[in-house]
Design a protein around this ligand. Structure first.
Ligand code: GTP
Ligand code: MG
Length: 370
């Protein structure tokens, strides 16, 4: 596992990156500024500068390693996690709305998705799929990147009466970078102006050649308004997911990812978490980024109480002592004391890093004024 870059390590130690590179050369290691370093290299370099390193993420790493160590006989099939991405207003939320037969779009301010929504849905064929909705707005690049990481399959929605747009391309890039299979949904096919062939053509120019044209990407014409093609789209998603043979061990402590978190007046900190393996239970001690807490209550996206949540299940969780960042890993720990210690170590590191950044800015400004 690689941690920080040479550059990050230098700024953590408050020395110049050139000095770090020089020391590395003396030690026979040739590193570049942005090269990420492994634990051994970091320890050796830090030691040269008189620092000792605490690898406080090792808990996460251990938990994630355990993830792969599950005995084959403990693994059971799990629902695919599917992220819906695409340009703003191309119909991501509407599509998901239709799929789960509810009405979220109208409940959102201006109908524009401001966050990642997470839902577990049962298809007509009786299978379960977990969906993550992402915002198409250009300001949410990081969320699309995170969405691509936690997901098994990505649906790229393109409005057939529009074109491949900047955030369509960006979403495709994120999915490809994460190595996640892509399915194309050509939406708004009900519109008279819809021209799906034009979109297929534009996609081909990006090297996304759909199956009908001899390529490897599944695509489906759909309408989130009339429902046309949506069942076929779901079947294609399930087909793609089957090839992945997704499995998890539900009989272990939960590990997963924070989707979003915020302070809710009256309820305290509410975190939307995606359980990826194991089962999360009310009463569990959770460490999430630099926060921790005992699970007080869990609800699904409709607000119904849950006692436990297995693999591929999104939950809203109450009980954390703060709002972890979207994308933070979470895991269940046996000892509350240990969880508290790790959380507080992490917040301290964060505080120090932000202090350091601030100090840099001030020095810079003084420098310029002089
Ligand atoms: P962001 O979350 O802001 O990125 O947008 P979105 O991709 O979630 O789009 P949303 O579902 O909010 O839909 C945008 C607009 O397109 C809404 O007015 C929808 O009613 C409309 N729309 C979505 N899908 C269809 C469709 O299949 N046909 C028609 N006619 N209109 C659609
Ligand atoms: Mg939306």
């Amino acid at each position: 596992t690689e941690f920080v870059s040479a550059n990050d390590l230098a700024s953590l130690m408050n020395v110049s990156v050139n000095d770090v590179i020089k020391v590395c050369m003396q030690l026979g290691m040739f590193v570049s500024i942005n090269q990420r370093l492994d634990a051994e290299a970091i320890t050796i370099i830090a030691d040269e500068f008189g620092y000792s390193i605490d690898f406080i993420t090792s808990e996460d790493e251990q938990a994630l390693e355990q993830l792969e160590e599950d005995a084959v006989e403990d693994l059971e099939e799990r629902a695919p996690i599917v992220t819906i991405m695409g340009h703003v207003d191309h119909g991501k939320t509407s599509l998901l709305d239709y799929i789960r037969d509810a009405n979220v779009t109208s409940g959102e301010a201006g109908g524009i998705t401001q966050h990642i929504g997470a839902y577990k849905v049962k298809t007509e064929s009786g299978r379960t799929v977990t969906f993550l909705d992402t915002p198409g707005h250009e300001a949410f690049t990081a969320m699309r990147a995170r969405g691509a990481k936690v997901t098994d399959v990505v649906i790229i929605v393109v409005a057939a009466d529009d074109s491949v747009m900047p955030q369509t391309k960006e979403a495709i890039n994120h999915a490809q970078a994460a190595g996640v299979p892509i399915i194309i949904a050509l939406n708004k096919i009900d519109k008279p102006a819809a021209n799906p062939d034009k979109v297929r053509e534009e996609l081909a120019q990006l090297n996304i050649l759909v199956e009908e044209w001899g390529g490897k990407y599944q695509s489906q014409e759909v309408s989130a308004k009339t429902g046309q093609g949506i069942n076929d789209l779901l079947e294609k998603v399930l087909l793609e997911a089957e090839l992945l043979e997704l499995k998890a061990n539900k009989n272990r402590n939960a590990v997963g990812t924070v989707i979003e978190a915020a302070l809710d007046k009256g309820r305290g900190y509410v975190a939307t978490m995606l359980v990826q393996t194991g089962t999360l239970k009310v009463g569990d001690i959770v460490l999430a980024g630099s926060h921790y807490g005992r699970v007080k209550a869990m609800t699904d996206h409709r607000g119904r109480k849950m006692k436990e949540a297995g693999p591929s299940t999104p939950v809203q969780l109450l009980g954390l002592d703060g709002a972890p960042q979207a994308g933070d890993k979470f895991l269940v720990m046996e000892s509350e004391r240990e969880a508290r210690e790790i959380a507080s170590n992490r917040s301290q590191v964060q505080r120090e890093q932000s202090l350091r950044t601030r100090k840099h800015i001030t020095l810079d400004e003084i420098g310029r004024r002089l």
